[in-house]
Write a protein of this length. Structure first.
Length: 225
């Protein structure tokens, strides 16, 4: 029982490392939680810096993978797959509810990806493909994230990437938590207020091609010509 508790706590603390918050704080001197969606995940960090967004994505995935590998190495039980799945669950839980940020964390997509890549590789591959298709087709990162989260338990079951039903329960719980963390996004999508990929650049283009007719500088330029 003690080894399982150690793995759970260690995985939670590892998952709780708020890489998005730390990177923006270190390189931009800002709190990423007071801008954009207020989230510490890669999508919101990318609004500050695309490079930091990519770094956040990779580091959040890496901490999920690290927790699973640690669980595999530290506890050699009769149910290694279950132990690793438990480590994956607590790593994602730590990212969603980090003790360092008063339990206000990210949405768990990248951390789930890293945590389950070794446990359910076929499912993860399908989820990444589905995410890319949906994000490209609908331009909503949140919609694609919710869709792949919902598909995760079904894919794991279809590919039989589990040793017993307890693993499926943990996978389903991860899926439910990720969807729950996207509840505000779901509401904004329903209301037509969710930001789309590329929307900012399109807005900037429109502003450039159609200047404000009330702008004095524009009027002066026209008069001089």
């Amino acid at each position: 029982m003690i080894p399982y508790l150690i793995i759970a706590v260690a995985s939670y603390l590892l998952g709780s490392i708020p890489f998005g918050y730390l990177l923006v704080k270190i390189f931009k001197g800002e709190d990423v939680r007071i801008s954009g969606s207020g989230n510490i995940g890669a999508t919101n960090v990318a609004r500050k810096s695309p490079a930091l967004g990519v770094a956040t994505l990779l580091l959040d995935a890496a901490k999920g993978l690290a927790a699973v590998l640690a669980g595999k190495v530290l506890v050699s039980g009769v149910h290694p797959q279950l132990i690793m799945t438990m480590a994956a669950f607590f790593a994602v839980f730590g990212h969603l509810f980090p003790v360092w940020l008063k339990f206000r964390g990210g949405k768990g997509v990248a951390t789930s990806l890293g945590a389950f890549i070794l446990l359910t590789p076929k499912s993860i591959f399908c989820m990444v493909a589905l995410f890319l298709i949906l994000a490209y087709a609908f331009r909503y990162v949140s919609l694609a994230s919710v869709a792949v989260a919902a598909a995760f338990p079904l894919l794991a079951w279809a590919f039989k990437e589990y040793a017993d039903s307890r693993q499926l329960v943990l996978i389903a719980l991860v899926s439910a938590l990720v969807i729950w963390k996207h509840r505000q996004n779901i509401r904004r999508i329903s209301a037509g207020k969710e930001s789309k990929l590329g929307k900012k650049s399109e807005s900037n283009l429109t502003t450039t091609s159609a200047p404000d007719p009330n702008d004095k500088s524009v009027k002066m330029g026209v008069t001089r010509q």
